[in-house]
Design a protein around this ligand. Sequence first.
Ligand SMILES: NC(=O)c1ccc[n+]([C@@H]2O[C@H](COP(=O)([O-])OP(=O)(O)OC[C@H]3O[C@@H](n4cnc5c(N)ncnc54)[C@H](OP(=O)(O)O)[C@@H]3O)[C@@H](O)[C@H]2O)c1
Length: 284
Amino acid sequence: MKVLVLGATGYIGSAVTGRLAERGHQVVALVRPKNDETRTVPGAAEVRHGDVTDPASLAAGDVDVIVHAAAPTGDEAVELAAVDALLAGGAKVVYTSGIWVLGAGTADEDGPLNPVPLVRFRAGVERRVLGAGGVVVRPGIVYGEGKGIPALLVAKAAGHGRGRYVSAGGQEPTWPTVHIDDLADLYVAAVEKGEPGTVYHGVGEEAVPLPEIAGAAARAAGLGDAGASGVEPWPVEEAAGDFGAAFAEALALGQTVSAARTRKALDWTPSRPGLVADLAGGSY
Ligand SMILES: NC(=O)c1ccc[n+]([C@@H]2O[C@H](COP(=O)([O-])OP(=O)(O)OC[C@H]3O[C@@H](n4cnc5c(N)ncnc54)[C@H](OP(=O)(O)O)[C@@H]3O)[C@@H](O)[C@H]2O)c1
């Protein structure tokens, strides 16, 4: 298939581009015009210019599938205009949302949305994509290749001299997570056989306790093996000074998210090492 990938230079998009190419798909990477004209994107057969904020630049009548994995602007009107432009060409659109639209608590693919303010714009965008027969992928916290939000925790642990995790108090928070290579496999399955109007969860581990993640991040930062007991909660109000209030609130979410329906429907079996193992002795 011919697949246009938005965000093909990013963490998720580059992994998806590589895996699609390995599977024999013809990938067209859409990169922002600010990027070098002659830039090549590994795995992409063609590079085109476009920007999410310029809907006219997103017209693509010649592709079978579009994977939207570009960073969001956070502005619902801009995001809606972008997906409308993508949908207008008639290709199947695979839109990247995220588990933060589910809010705190336990959820599966079919439950109601309760987005934290940072991703409130996504509810309307998901509805638009699903209503037009597109597919929505909600990744958990992505890890692997030493990148993503876990890399941020490693840097913060190094700066602080101790592992810590953002906490709103109360119950010990947990994160649903996914290894970047498992997530890339899921996107390939969604491209090839995702059903119109369907949500898929990119979650390998449903609920990893944040103290364990913070302990492993401290170890990755060279601070020794303090384990989960050697870490401290970082009150969300304080962390807001570093991350901004909306991002800090999202990082403090306690979530348990199932991908059981996704695994079954797409025959997807996440198999890479878990986040704590990867932090403690893997890519970080
Ligand atoms: N990482 C996670 O844990 C995670 C979890 C759940 C959901 N998500 C969502 O997944 C998506 C991709 O995340 P990521 O971690 O891969 O982000 P990333 O590494 O920051 O990559 C973002 C990509 O978007 C491109 N981009 C930025 N602004 C753009 C614009 N206006 N028009 C077109 N392209 C633009 C960037 O291109 P340049 O090279 O030009 O900057 C880059 O290729 C985001 O929507 C994110 O919220 C991420």
